[in-house]
Design a protein around this ligand. Structure first.
Ligand code: NAD
Length: 322
């Protein structure tokens, strides 16, 4: 299968690409190496991909999804059969200070993907648990209203879901929106709590802990997430319209304090805390109901947070030569 993957140099995108290459798919990787993230890490992920089994079927295209004509030319040249769209401006807090970039990439860029993907067999795209916003009862189910986003990032992701619905209804484009719940693991994002905590613990620096660490997150290991993406990709929705939304989470929330305690245990060290007030754009708790994903694909995220943290720490120590 010929699969175009956007955000291929990103955390989740490079895992998804690796999995597709390992099973013999052709992967057309797209990423603009957005400088608002760690560019050296993105290049390192691409280098890793190029050394993996099946890498000869990987091509990389430094295309910005906000550039509609360039994206269209790429689709016409490469003729993908299916698309996994993971490119985005990420992070809840930064969206409050520079919303324009989020609008351009997450909304206009997504619109370009919808236009270019007309006629493909399936467009799978990243949404987020943050769309559940205010007032959703836990565990979160996909049929909740999700009409009170607390961050601009969440609003852009919810807008994508609504646009995908109209392309299913009017154009018959099969789409699956995946609401990822706090994804963590090796090669993870340096701006997210797991990696921030890990680095600070290793370097003996104080850790910024918002809201006394009482926030809960349904931490989901990236290997489970990549497996879920590929399983969904293989099963385009068949309803009318061919549109669906699926949670990708374990369904077992953990407080940030408990996550930190696991890291402390594995690193045999104690954190120095810098307590800060809870952030207004953040949900107090995220908790997936994973049953729709299981029903549609037979798959349920299975890596426990205990195992996931052990793997993360082992990778981190190996990377830093310790
Ligand atoms: P990431 O930042 O590691 O990957 C996103 C990639 O998109 C980056 O490599 C970036 O360079 C690229 N990109 C940004 N703007 C672009 C543009 N205009 N054109 C082309 N490429 C562009 O993030 P991630 O954690 O791998 O997230 C992947 C997707 O999953 C995103 O859509 C994100 O919103 C969503 N998501 C992630 C999580 C999580 O916990 N990691 C949770 C919910 C949703």
């Amino acid at each position: 299968m010929r699969v175009l993957v956007t955000g291929a140099a990103g955390f989740i995108g490079h895992y998804v690409s690796a999995r597709l290459l390992a099973r013999g798919d052709v992967v057309i990787g797209v990423d603009n190496l957005d400088p608002s993230g760690d560019v050296a890490l993105k290049r390192a992920r691409l280098a890793r991909l190029q050394g993996l089994p099946g890498a000869e079927a990987f091509t990389f295209h430094a295309v910005d999804v906000t550039d509609g004509p360039e994206l269209r030319a790429l689709f016409e040249r490469e003729r993908p059969e299916r698309v996994v769209h993971l490119a985005a401006r990420v992070g809840v807090r930064a969206a409050g200070t520079s919303p324009r970039g989020y609008l351009d990439t997450n909304v206009t860029g997504f619109f370009h993907l919808l236009e270019c993907a007309r006629g493909v067999e399936h467009l799978v795209y990243a949404s987020s648990s943050s769309v559940y916003g205010a007032g959703t009862s836990a565990p979160f189910r996909e049929d909740a209203a999700a009409d009170r986003p607390l961050s601009f990032y969440a609003a852009t992701k919810r807008a994508d879901e609504l646009m995908a619905h109209t392309y299913g209804h009017l154009q018959g484009l099969p789409t699956s929106g995946l609401r990822f719940f706090t994804v963590y693991g090796p090669w993870g994002r340096p701006d997210m709590a797991p990696m921030l905590f890990l680095r600070a613990l290793r370097e003996g620096r104080p850790i910024d802990l918002y809201g006394e660490g009482r926030m809960q997150r349904d931490f989901t290991h990236v290997d489970d997430v990549a497996e879920a993406v590929v399983r969904v990709l293989d099963r385009p929705p068949t309803g009318a319209p061919p549109y669906r939304l699926l949670n990708v989470g374990r369904g077992e929330p953990v407080t940030l304090r408990d996550f930190l305690s696991l890291l402390e245990r594995h690193l045999r060290t104690r954190a120095t805390l810098n307590p800060l007030p809870a952030q207004p754009g953040e949900l107090e708790s995220t908790w997936a109901d994973p049953s729709a994903l299981e029903r549609e694909t037979g798959f349920r995220a299975r890596i426990s947070v205990e195992d996931g943290v052990a793997r993360l720490v082992a990778w981190y120590l190996q990377q830093s030569g310790l």
